[in-house]
Design a protein around this ligand. Structure first.
Ligand code: SAM
Ligand code: SF4
Length: 330
């Protein structure tokens, strides 16, 4: 029988998110501070170490891998890494989350390398606001990236929007319209208090149920039991059945009881929960045991017994986790 990983609460872990770099060409206001120090290169997992980790995960029951970051497409060799991981026997799907800035160059290569689905982050359709929210990004470049992704032949392309009160909560319907016109799914995400980003998050929370109420003013929403294997809960728009709207609601709808995932950070920490600091130093094990996987397999199995039951984000948005999202593999 194929091996599987089960945590101390009986949850089967079959999904790993891997942050392939902590670097990024954007500086989104909810993700990073303006002035970031990135990891020295020798502290970041090499592509070979990432591939070996992926092999080991899949051999032990992981069925889905998401590559993320930082911005995964700024990592040199990323397309070749995708081609290697996507063909691992036993993996159901390799997917990626990207800010879309490099997709005009890479979309086709990624699809050919076996990346099945793409999530592209887009929080606003206003160019000036886009620049303000990403601090450096160019909206047109990302829209062109979305075009390129839609032409490249992925099984699905989805938009991710983090909604922040007073910043972009007035664009929820506009973003949904954009998704409808493009035939895309869209997921709205509540901001998570990871790292000190140089502004207060206290008043920023715009809850998923508030987003849903806004959408109900314009569309008829039908509940859906569909899942893409992650934390999002979906509704369908009755008038636009080709578009699903998802909600990731770490504050208002705790999803921990069905958690099926762990994260490998760019420096090789296996994070057992996004909202806690419990981890395993995979990098040390990978480097100490270059030819023998068994000590790593045993260490992961043991570490999973310490996967916390739930995240500890407080409702007031206060930061308890000092690591930033780009380092966590969001
Ligand atoms: N750079 C890529 C991107 O932006 O899509 C991938 C990495 S980014 C960390 C992954 C996702 O996390 C993005 O959809 C981003 O909007 C989201 N994100 C970043 N910081 C967040 C926060 N503090 N709360 C909620 N979502 C966050
Ligand atoms: Fe970069 Fe993504 Fe973080 Fe924005 S959310 S700063 S694009 S890693």
């Amino acid at each position: 029988m194929a091996s599987t990983w089960v945590d101390g609460f009986g949850r089967q872990i079959d999904y790993v998110r891997i942050s392939v770099t902590d670097r990024c060409d954007f500086r989104c206001i909810y993700c990073m501070a303006e002035d970031m120090t990135f990891l020295p290169r020798q502290q970041v997992l090499t592509l070979e170490e990432i591939y070996r980790s992926a092999q080991l995960f899949v051999a032990n029951g992981v069925r889905k891998i998401r590559l993320t970051g930082g911005e995964p497409l700024v990592r040199k060799g990323i397309v070749e890494l995708c081609a290697q991981i996507s063909t691992l026997p036993g993996l159901d799907e390799l997917v990626m989350t990207t800010n879309g800035s490099q997709l005009t160059r890479h979309a086709r290569g990624l699809a050919e390398a076996g990346v099945r689905r793409l999530n592209i982050s887009l929080d606003t359709l206003d160019a000036e606001r886009f620049r303000a929210m990403t601090r450096v990004g160019d909206l047109q470049q990302v829209l062109a990236g979305i075009d390129a992704a839609q032409q490249a032949g992925f099984a699905s392309v989805k938009i991710n929007s983090v909604i922040i009160r007073g910043r972009n909560d007035d664009e929820i319907q506009r973003l949904t319209e954009f998704a409808i016109q493009r035939g895309l799914d869209i997921t709205f995400i509540e901001e998570m208090p990871l790292g000190h980003v140089g502004r207060s998050r206290e008043q920023a929370l715009f809850r998923s149920d508030q987003i849903q109420s806004l959408l109900e003013q314009r569309y008829r929403l039908a509940p859906s039991v569909e899942t893409t294997g992650g934390p999002a809960r979906y509704v369908r728009l009755e008038e636009h059945p080709q578009t699903r709207v998802g909600f990731i609601s770490p504050h208002s709808n705790n999803f921990c009881s069905s958690c099926n995932r762990v994260r490998l950070t760019s420096e090789g920490r296996l994070l057992l929960c996004l909202g806690n600091e419990h981890d395993l130093d995979m990098r040390a094990l990978l480097r100490r045991h270059p030819l023998d996987d068994q000590p790593l397999i045993d260490a992961v199995r043991n570490a999973l017994q310490y996967k916390p039951e739930r995240h500890e984000f407080s409702a007031d948005g206060e930061v308890q986790i000092l690591r930033f999202m780009n380092a966590s593999g969001g």
